[in-house]
Design a protein around this ligand. Sequence first.
Ligand SMILES: [Zn+2]
Length: 474
Amino acid sequence: MAVLRWLFAGYGAAVFLFMASDARALQASAVSPAARPNILLVTIDTLRADHVGCYGYRRATTPTIDRLAGQGTVFTRAFSNTPWTTPSHYCFMTGALVSRHGSRDNLRNRTGVQGSVPVMISEVLRSAGYDTAAFVSGYPLLRRSGLAAGFSVYDDTMQDKLFGGTWKVERRAPQTADAFKRWWKARGAGAPWFVWVHFYDPHGPYTPLPEYANMFVDDGLGPRDEVLDAPGNEPKPPGWTKIAGERQDRQYYISQYDAEIRMADDGVKAIVSLLEQAAQLESTIIVVSADHGEYLGEHGRWFVHDDLYSQSLMIPMVFSGPGVPRGERSDAITESIDVAPTLLSLAGIAPPASMMGTKLFTGDGNVRRHARDLVLSESPRTNRCSVTGGSLQWIGTHPHTELHDYRHDPLRRRNLIGELAYESKMMRQFAGDAVSRARRPWTADNAPSPAPTQQTSPLNPKDRDALRSLGYIE
Ligand SMILES: [Zn+2]
C-alpha cells in the first residue's frame, strides 16, 4: 500500500510537471519549418506487446521493429486508451481520451465536448507546413471515419475480401507498403512530411499469405497453454474468425496470428528500406505502436479484443530518430495519447491545449521519468473503464468492480477489491477525475481551427456486413 500511495503522490507531481513543461513549450521559439524532421507513425492493428521480439517474444515476428528499437527507445509498459479500432486511432491522432474526442465506435467521427473538437496531429502538422499522407488498411479507418482530416493524401483502398465475404474489408501489408512507395517516389523534395501507415494484418480472421503461413507452425516457441488458459475457456474460436482447414487447435491459430504480425513487420521493413536508401532513416522520427492487443484464450476470450483486460491494452511503443535516446528501454508508463504530443514536441511544435497526453522525452534527449503512473482506458461500447498502474488494474463493472494484479495474476483468478480497498477507491477516483478533465473545455488559443466535423451517418447494411466479417458486430 505504501508503494501505491507513493505512486499516487507521484501522479500529482507529474501533473504539475506537465503543466510547467507545457508552458515552457509554448514559450519556446519555433524550429524553422525547413529544419523540421520527417515523421512516420506506424500503427499495427491488434498487435500484443508480448508478441514483439523486443518485448521478449521468442518467435521472429518483428525483426524490423526490433532493429528500430535498438536504434531508439522502447517503452515496455505502454497501454492503449481504448481497445477499439477507430476510437483508438483518434486517441493517437488527437492526443485525447475517448471522453474528449468523442469517437465511440468504428467509423465514428470526433464529436468533441461542449462544442469544441480536439485537433488532430495531422491538422497541426499540415498547418506547420508539413506534407501529410496516410495509408490505411482496415475497414474501420475508411475516410468516412473522419480520420482523413489534415491529410493531403488519404489512401484507404481496400483490396481483400475475407472468406468469401461480400465486401473488401482489408488491404495486406505488401500492398499498403507499395501504396506508400508510389507516393514516396512521386513526391519531390521540399517540405518535411508526416506519414501515417496502418497495417491491419494481425486483426482476425488470421489469413497470412501462403509464404508466411507455415513460418511458425509447430515450432514449440508459441505461448504456453497454461499461461493462456482461463476458467471458462471454450476450445474453439468464434465463428467469424474460423480458419479453413483441418487444424483448429489454438496453437495453430496463434501461429497464424504471429505470421500476420511478421507480414506487417515486413511492410515496415519495406518502408524503412526506402528511407534508408534515401539516407533519411536517421533524420526521420519513427514511432511504431498498436491500437490494441488481442486475447488468445485469456478470460475465456479467443481472438478478439472486446474488453479491458491487460492483454487487449498492452501495446508496443517504439520511438526512434532525432531527439530520441538510442538503445534505451524505459519502464515509464505510457499511453496512446502520449504519441501525438511527443511527436509534436520532437518536431519543435508546441502541442495544442486539447491534447491530454504527455511528451515522453526531455528537450535534452532523455526519457522523462515518471511522466504518469496511472492510465485510463475506456470501452465506450460497453460503458466500462479501467485504470492500470504498475501492477494493479481496476475495472469498473456494473454492478461490481474488479481489482487484480495483472502482472502476476494475468488471468485475474483473485479479485483484490476487498483487501485493497484503499487502492480501489483511489483508482476509481482517478477514473472519475480523468473523465471529468476530458470533458472540460480547454484553452484553444494555441490550437489551429479544426476542420468542420461532418456528421457521421448511421451504418448502412454494407457497413454492418463488412464489420460483422471482422468480428465487430455479433
Ligand atoms: Zn484495431
